[in-house]
Design a protein around this ligand. Structure first.
Ligand code: GAP
Length: 450
């Protein structure tokens, strides 16, 4: 396998790498685990953080028409009445009368249990929202829900945003946060879990301009994945048929990724029309219109919503980056993560554990980690250490050797090409920075591959 061919990696390999190297662990593992809940380990939390940061930079920081928001997970119960979630956020559920396994009706291939072939109960609607209660008395009035999407926090703050930011249409509000769904069927690792994170933007536009903004966001969002290194052939757009649309949507397209289990939704882009603001205006009794100074008119803006899953993005980036290639007498496993996403940007590898080399290497490590996530590894052979860093996607390894003490130079090795160059230690930070920003500096005489 090589960089050029897409790696059809199995989910087993991704799960095994994730657990072995500390990306993702089963939740509450010492108690046997909690179904469809996952914990991000030391490397996973960095990768996830980097995914969110890359999204935030593109969605908020680099634009002047989008602002950020961070709303509470618990919301007034009326929010979910207005949004339609109390009524309609349900899946039809059937149970096998023999083995008691539960299924979502749309997942079944025939009309018997897909596991044992047993007879199934009649379908009943099962609401996917997690319920809890607020305050010391548990009664109907105290019932609150863990939000099943972050979007509603944005809709109910529409007027606050308009009043405080003086943003004019079109403008967007972005939020990253946890969402919870009591999914009937889970599985495929972090693809469908009961607690997950979303990166959602609600982009408010003038009615009549919604179609062009819908197309605009489709392109923008597809490019976001491509720019972060996802292979083009592993992404596709899938438009929902009119009769398959959610109750709030006028149009919807999914960005699908070719996950190990097949093409599946990575992100949904919906034209929500005026559904949400109109519903919240009706249920709250508050006016949620926008005043257009130009035409001196009040109206309810339409909303275009790109809604992405953080965890699904993490999974897609892991699957897409995973590669195995023949190197010397072994298979090199390498995560070809985009440098912006790599959990560790640079590793310091001293060629000996003896002084004064260790002191120099340690000082370098202390200096580099002021700017980036860096790691220090002096265990086992240099070849093994390179492989360990390749496997977690570290773009650069810096080796410090006894010559470094004399010539004040170190060797940088690039993960993907395995090329090496020797550079002045004083220039190391600038060079790593330039490389992380995509410059090709490996034009100097090379020492060969390792
Ligand atoms: N506000 C619109 C909305 O929530 P959605 O298609 O239900 O739309 C958006 O969810 C994205 O959230 C999905 O494309 C997916 O990436 C992520 N997502 C949804 N349910 C998920 C789950 N159970 N586990 C992990 N990610 C999930």
């Amino acid at each position: 396998m090589s960089m050029k061919t897409p790696t059809k990696v199995s989910m087993e390999k991704i799960v095994s790498l994730s657990q072995r190297r500390g990306f993702i662990f089963p939740n509450s593992e010492i108690y046997g685990g909690l179904s469809a809940c996952w914990d991000y380990g030391p490397l996973g939390v960095e990768l996830k953080q980097n995914v969110k940061q890359a999204w935030w930079q593109d969605a908020v920081q680099k634009r002047d028409d989008v602002v950020g928001l961070d709303t509470a997970i618990l919301m007034h119960s009326q929010v979910w009445a207005a949004s339609g979630h109390l009524e309609g956020f349900s899946d039809p559920l059937v149970e096998c009368k023999s083995c008691n396994l539960r299924w979502r009706v749309d997942e079944l291939e025939g009309d018997s249990c897909s596991s044992c072939g047993g007879e199934l109960t009649d379908p009943r609607l099962f609401n996917l929202m997690f319920k809890t209660s607020m305050g010391p008395v548990e009664d109907e009035a105290s019932t609150v829900y863990l939000r099943p999407e972050t979007a509603q926090g944005i809709f109910v703050n529409f007027q606050n945003i308009v009043n405080t930011t003086r943003k004019r249409l079109p403008f967007g509000v972005a939020q990253i946060g946890k969402a919870f769904r009591n999914e009937i069927t889970t599985g495929n690792f972090i693809f469908r879990s009961r607690e997950f994170e979303q990166m959602e933007m609600e982009y408010f536009v003038k009615p009549g301009t919604d179609k062009e903004w819908f197309d605009y966001w489709l392109k923008e969002r597809l490019n976001w994945y491509l720019n972060l290194g996802i292979k083009k052939e592993n992404l596709r757009l899938r438009r929902h048929a009119k009769e398959k649309l959610a109750h709030y949507a006028r149009a919807c397209s999914d960005i699908d990724y070719l996950f190990p289990m097949g093409w599946s939704e990575l992100e949904g882009i919906a034209n929500r029309g005026d559904f949400d603001l109109a519903q919240h205006a009706k249920f709250s009794g508050q006016s949620l219109t926008y005043f257009d100074e130009e035409v001196k008119e009040h109206f309810i803006p339409y909303i275009i919503e790109p809604s992405a899953g953080v965890d699904r993005s993490v999974l897609a980036f892991l699957c897409d980056a995973y590669d195995e290639e023949a190197a010397k007498d072994e298979i090199r496993v390498v995560l070809r993560l985009h440098p912006a996403l790599a959990p560790i940007k640079v590793a310091i590898l001293p060629l000996s554990r003896r002084e004064p080399l260790v002191k120099v290497a340690r000082e370098l490590y202390a200096d580099l980690r002021q700017r980036w996530m860096a790691s220090y590894d002096d265990a086992q052979s240099i070849g093994r250490r390179y492989r360990r860093q390749d496997e977690i996607g570290t773009p650069f390894c810096v080796t410090v050797d006894f010559e470094s003490l004399e010539d004040k130079q170190v060797t940088i090795r690039e993960r993907d090409s395995m090329k090496q160059i020797r550079v002045p230690t004083s220039e190391l930070k600038n060079i790593v920075q330039a490389k992380l920003e995509g410059e090709d500096l490996f034009v100097l005489p090379q020492n060969g591959k390792t």
